[in-house]
Design a protein around this ligand. Structure first.
Ligand code: GLU
Length: 498
């Protein structure tokens, strides 16, 4: 029987989730659900110096907002908990000791100052200091000291770390689902610290131990972890454990192409890079994106369905997703395209849902109209909107008479004979009983023909006085919605003012 698919998203709570981290979570979720597997959230908080209050809550809220909740994790204990590494801290040391016993790791007593001096010495000679087979016997560790010396140092309470003994002269062949085979010469690896003097494991040890104990089948994470893959594979081998399969996702690049997308790019370009607002950085949620749009554009950042389809619901993504279709090369982040996705998702929303969202804003503007009216307005303007927050700017004239008229348009459209023509329109409108769009249109057009006027002399100035500008949907739809009395009043007051 093949192993059950279990994947994990393993962020360190060092700040808000960057959009790249959110994509990692999404790809893990999609892969898990596609394969009827489990999606686990594990909080990697062994580095106490980098811990940021509120970050864990932020991560959980962001996943929930996107609609990609985890099956196991903090607060949702499955049978592999606890899911915060700080709560598992007592279990890591025995694994480090096991490696020492097997000759795969060793105690090292070098002080930070000694190591720093070595580094500087090497630098002065134009070399790089690597703590590995090259020089480990010249340093202070359980490979260079006698067992008695080591014992004495530990009993004396001297600070020590536990280092992995990386092999000399081996050719490793690593496998990555996205990148294929990767060959590494172990001579370039350093003896990474597995266990720190503060009694905490490092990321590498805790990560491997937990992935093993939590029966993780696939490790799906960002490309920045690719350099750690050799060590991780060596650790699995050292423990005699089967390694999970690995997939390293491509980086998310700046809108201009080269370089990794950063928080500063968002600030410069005026677009969010966080799912939710964090301090003064506005999130996707707060700037008006629908979670469906965010999930949709994130999925296509680095993954391609192999077809022309661009709009995917979460369910469709789950059905179509595969790691084999994730690209190796970096994915360019395109804020314009993200807006386009939101626009597409907005069009898919029902008028009811959009009206409810818009009603809140109208309420804030002290405008009270019926729900039916809001729905009619929304239905006639939503096509032009990217965000719900665009609605007001696109529809204010449905709720209030224009307080001014676009100057350029006035110059162009308001001629000497316009007031007289507008009076004619008023007279025509007064005789329309059934004030419906098609009826009004028919009556006004009949009058234009009868008077042998041109449409250009009537329609543009009429739009200008009703809307205040040359924008908006079909003019007769607008007039029908605001009603006969309001339409006539607006024409009258423009004739007085212009
Ligand atoms: N804690 C690591 C991070 O913050 C996890 C890397 C991994 O998935 O192995 O991204």
């Amino acid at each position: 029987m093949s192993q059950k698919v279990r994947v994990r998203f393993a962020p360190s709570p060092t700040g808000p989730l960057h959009i790249g981290g959110l994509r990692t979570a999404l790809f893990n979720y999609l892969f898990a659900k596609k394969n009827n597997g489990d999606f686990i959230l594990r909080i990697e908080d062994t580095d106490q110096n980098r811990f940021v209050k509120g970050a864990e809550e932020y991560i959980i809220e962001a996943l929930e907002w996107c609609g990609i909740p985890f099956d196991e994790g903090p607060g949702k204990n499955g049978s592999f908990g606890p899911y915060r590494q700080s709560e598992r801290k007592d279990l890591y040391k025995q694994f480090a000791l096991e490696l020492i016993e097997n000759g795969k790791a060793y105690y090292a007593f070098d002080t930070p100052e000694t190591l720093d001096n070595h580094r500087k010495d090497h630098e002065a000679k134009g070399k790089t200091f690597i703590y590995n087979w090259h020089n480990r016997l010249k340093l202070t560790n359980s490979l260079s000291l006698s067992p008695e010396e080591v014992k004495a140092k530990i009993e004396n309470g001297e600070d020590y770390v536990i280092r992995f003994k990386s092999p000399e002269n081996e050719q490793l062949v690593l496998n990555d689902i996205i990148r294929g085979e990767i060959k590494i010469d172990t001579n370039i690896l350093d003896d990474k610290v597995l266990f720190k003097s503060d009694g905490m494991p490092t990321y590498h040890l805790a990560n491997i131990v937990d992935d093993h104990l939590m029966e993780i089948s696939h490790v799906i994470r960002g490309e920045e972890w690719l350099p750690s893959l050799a060590l991780h594979q060596l650790l699995y081998d050292a423990f005699g454990w089967n390694a999970p399969k690995f997939a390293h996702l491509p980086l998310i690049m700046k809108p201009v192409g080269k370089g990794k997308l950063s928080k500063r790019d968002g600030e410069k370009g005026g677009f969010p890079v966080f799912p939710l607002t964090w301090n003064e950085s506005e999130g996707y949620r707060e700037s008006g994106f629908f979670p469906e749009a965010v999930v949709n554009f994130l999925a296509l950042l680095g993954w391609n369905p192999g077809t022309e389809q661009e709009i995917f619901s979460l369910e469709e993504l789950v059905n179509t997703f595969s790691l084999e279709r994730v690209n190796k090369s970096g994915a360019r982040f395109d804020p314009e395209k993200n807006n386009w996705y939101n626009q597409q998702w907005l069009q898919k929303k029902s008028d009811d849902e959009l009206s409810e969202l818009f009603a809140k804003e109208l309420n804030d503007n002290n405008i009270s109209v019926s729900d039916t009216y809001i729905k009619q307005v929304v239905s006639s303007i939503k096509e032009r909107a990217v965000f719900v927050k665009d609605f007001w700017g696109l529809s204010d004239y449905f709720f209030q008479a224009p307080s001014s008229y676009n100057e350029k348009a006035v110059k162009k459209q308001w001629k000497e004979d316009t007031p007289e023509i507008m009076q004619g329109v008023i007279n025509t409108l007064e005789n329309v009983d059934d004030f419906e769009s098609t009826v009004v249109e028919e009556k006004v057009k009949a009058w234009i023909s009868e008077k042998e006027l041109s449409f250009g002399k009537v329609m543009p100035p009429l739009r200008l006085v009703i809307v205040g500008d040359m924008k908006g949907p079909h003019l007769f739809d607008i007039m029908a919605l605001i009603g006969k009395e309001e339409s006539i009043n607006r024409i009258k007051s423009a004739v007085n003012q212009l």
